[in-house]
Design a protein around this ligand. Structure first.
Ligand SMILES: [Zn+2]
Length: 719
């Protein structure tokens, strides 16, 4: 299940810290005659209030040609706002500097809010081309602000008086974040150091690109070709047909080709009876970019790790992980290792039990071998099928999309008193989109919730929450939120309404958990409201929300057979729940092994170039990983951390999962709809956003720190 938020956090933060002269896009201006530019400007719907109910963007009026001029003008506006802050003859104060920066860039926020939502949910080639053009404009604009020495001088002046300013908690955090943001961009470095950083950044950018290119080449080049049909035993007809199609594409007509791409390797290692072929494909996958050829990533990644240490130390940090984690809830590598240390032994012990179970099956079948890593998926699937065979077709009739959505709304109503009123007369960007007004129990309006449920071309895969407009309060003007959940569910057919699998229904609860974080937000500063929390915290309000769906009391409210109205039998629910805990020793261990690799690579405190293979083996040996399990990603194909943005951050999933499980335990202790617990969760978590240190907020809600026990129980790692 692909669950994540596409919170506009990074962009909003980047923009909040942005601005000055230099990046105006001359190209788009000289290309058009002045009169025409004038006409576009006048008609550009971004340049006036929408005039719609709740100021929802009037989507029908927005044309592709409006975006570039809108971004141009929005950037220029913020540049002027920043210039005015610098030119202020009064001494720097919290209001005339820190708040003024925070309140700048309104137009940019609104243009980017619409554009980046639609490039994910309803895109086309023209918009993709615009995105390519806008991206360097925005990063130059952002650099112009965060590297502006004069602006930093004022921020620093305010920061130096922080203890005498009598700031509220949110204000103090805004000041701290603003100051730290400048420092982390290099504001305190001298010219020579800044030059070094620029050089390191450019080397890193080349190497991370190379890492990704090598991995892609290696993933595309490996294949196994099967000519003998008997070798396909165990595979389903659809998998065999897909392999035949791949063979035809690759000029091997009449044969079957399997590759290391997920849709091909996953069913093969799970179902193919031929052990030697499973091994060949599995090793093809785990040896990617480690074959000693021109696409080998071992040296590339060791150099990336080395350059990252150099950069972190120039900035005054011990290691890259120290640099990254400063902005996260975890704060230090030691804190992450501490958490991993608590979970690892239990997960590993469980994995060993799973291996023993599999070995029993192997032995009973007369297989004369020891279970290996390429046997794990195959025997795990055999055991799963024997113990909990559940057919999805049995559960789907109980999870019609409409009744599940009503179940989500009713759950939120019972917890927070909010009510929902659908509007069919508001502008939308596609006919699929439904719009709901959200109200407090006393009738006070809260915000708009947009639901965009169905799969269609032009929408990227997965499920996410985002905001068109965040809640905030600027100079006394209250901005009410406009929040969207985007999913990729199948459409209703002529004979059936849209029916969801159990996982899809759970995703609807998950994403609405994010939506509540945005809707119930009650803060002052845009960079702190809603889901603007650290990455290792942001998933937790949504993970909590998934738990209600599993409660019999909640299922009885909505999980009714779409034809007969019968509530889903408890026996079926029990079976699904039991199955969800199956194989969690493996799942947790392979995930954590990858997390450990990430952390080990990025906790290095010197720039020596490591032997990648030795380094990896050493790390995993120290932690006692068993031979039957490989890390979810080995170093040479760990794209999240060597070419994506997750370096020193792969732990975040389990970190926020700890909060999620512990928070729901509070509801279990006090009653799943206990009014006081719900009120505390709303006040300290959902409404507070990132206005305060996340751990302090959690303590205010829970009265203590999160414990790992509920997580271990929820994964079936402990009774
Ligand atoms: Zn999520």
């Amino acid at each position: 299940m692909n669950k994540f938020t596409l919170a506009p956090v990074s962009l909003a933060l980047a923009l909040a810290l942005t601005g000055c002269n230099s990046s105006e896009n001359k190209e788009s201006k000289t290309a058009e005659p002045a009169a025409q530019v004038e006409k576009v400007m006048l008609a550009n719907p971004f340049f006036a209030p929408w005039g719609t109910p709740h100021e929802i963007p009037d989507f029908a009026k927005i044309k592709n040609e409006h975006y570039i001029p809108a971004f141009d003008k929005a950037i220029k506006e913020q540049q002027q706002e920043i210039a005015a802050i610098i030119a202020n003859v009064e001494a720097p104060t919290f209001a005339n500097t820190i708040e003024a920066i925070e309140f700048s860039g309104n137009l940019l926020d609104s243009v980017a809010g619409v554009f980046y939502n639609l490039t994910s949910a309803e895109t086309n080639d023209e918009m993709k081309a615009i995105a390519k053009k806008v991206s360097p404009m925005l990063s130059a604009h952002s650099d112009d602000i965060s590297l502006n020495a004069e602006l930093f001088k004022r921020v620093d002046a305010v920061y130096q008086q922080k203890s005498s300013l009598n700031l509220t908690t949110a204000q103090a955090k805004l000041l701290e974040d603003s100051y730290v943001g400048f420092v982390r961009s290099g504001a305190k470095l001298n010219e020579q150091q800044k030059e070094q950083i620029r050089k390191l950044n450019s080397q890193l950018s080349d190497l991370t690109l190379k890492f990704g290119d090598n991995l892609l080449a290696e993933t595309n080049s490996f294949e196994i070709v099967i000519a003998n049909k008997a070798k396909l035993a165990g595979l389903s007809q659809s998998v065999i047909e897909a392999a035949a199609a791949t063979a035809t594409e690759r000029g091997q007509d009449g044969k079957w080709v399997f590759t290391t791409h997920r849709p091909s390797i996953t069913p093969f290692t799970k179902y193919a009876d031929d052990r030697e072929l499973r091994k060949a494909l599995y090793l093809g996958y785990t040896n990617r970019a480690s074959n000693g050829n021109e696409f080998d990533n071992k040296k590339v990644l060791a150099e990336i790790a080395s350059l990252r240490v150099q950069k972190a130390q120039l900035m005054g940090y011990k290691s890259h992980a120290h640099f990254v984690l400063e902005e996260r809830v975890a704060k230090t590598p030691a804190a992450v290792y501490e958490l991993l240390n608590k979970i690892w032994p239990t997960a590993l012990a469980k994995a060993k039990v799973e291996v023993a179970d599999m070995q029993k099956v192997v032995d009973s079948e007369g297989g004369n071998f020891k279970v290996a890593a390429w046997d794990y998926p195959y025997y795990a699937e055999k055991i799963r099928k024997a113990r909990y065979d559940i057919d999805e077709e049995q559960t789907r009739p109980y999870f019609a999309l409409e009744s599940t959505l009503q179940g989500v709304f009713k759950t939120a109503q019972k917890l927070y008193g909010i009510t929902v009123k659908e509007r069919t007369d508001l502008p939308t960007y596609h006919d699929d989109v439904r719009t709901f007004e959200i109200y407090e129990a006393d009738g006070t309006y809260i915000g708009l919730f947009l639901a965009d449920h169905y799969v269609r071309p032009g929408k990227r895969g997965g499920a996410w929450m985002n905001s068109y407009r965040k809640q905030y309060n600027m100079n006394g003007t209250d901005s009410t939120p406009i929040i969207v959940n985007v999913l990729n569910y199948p459409r209703p057919t002529a004979s059936e309404p849209a029916l969801l699998t159990f996982d899809q229904a759970s995703t609807l609860f998950h994403e609405f958990g994010h939506a509540l974080h945005g809707l119930l937000s009650d803060g002052k500063y845009r960079s702190q409201t809603g889901t603007s929390t650290p990455r290792d915290f942001v998933e937790f309000p949504s993970q909590v929300m998934e738990n209600w769906m599993l409660q019999p009391e909640v299922l009885a409210m909505f999980a009714k057979h779409y034809q007969t109205g019968e509530v889903i039998p408890q026996q079926l629910v029990d079976k699904i729940q039991a199955a969800s805990k199956f194989n969690q020793g493996f799942a947790t261990t392979e995930y954590m092994a990858a997390t450990l690799l990430d952390l080990n690579w990025h906790s290095l405190e010197d720039a020596a170039i490591r032997d990648s293979e030795k380094f990896e083996q050493q790390a995993l040996k120290e932690w006692g990983l068993i031979d039957e399990i490989d890390p979810r990603y080995r170093s040479t194909y760990f794209a999240h951390i060597f070419s994506g943005g997750y370096s020193a951050g792969y732990y975040s999933y389990i970190w926020s999962d700890v909060f999620g499980a512990d928070a729901f335990a509070a509801f279990e202790e006090n009653g799943i709809f206990d009014a006081n617990t719900a009120k505390a969760f709303r006040t300290h978590i959902l409404s507070a956003g990132g206005s305060e240190n996340a751990l302090s907020l959690y303590r205010k809600f829970r009265g203590k720190d999160a414990s790992i026990e509920p997580l271990l129980r929820s994964r079936g790692l402990k009774d």
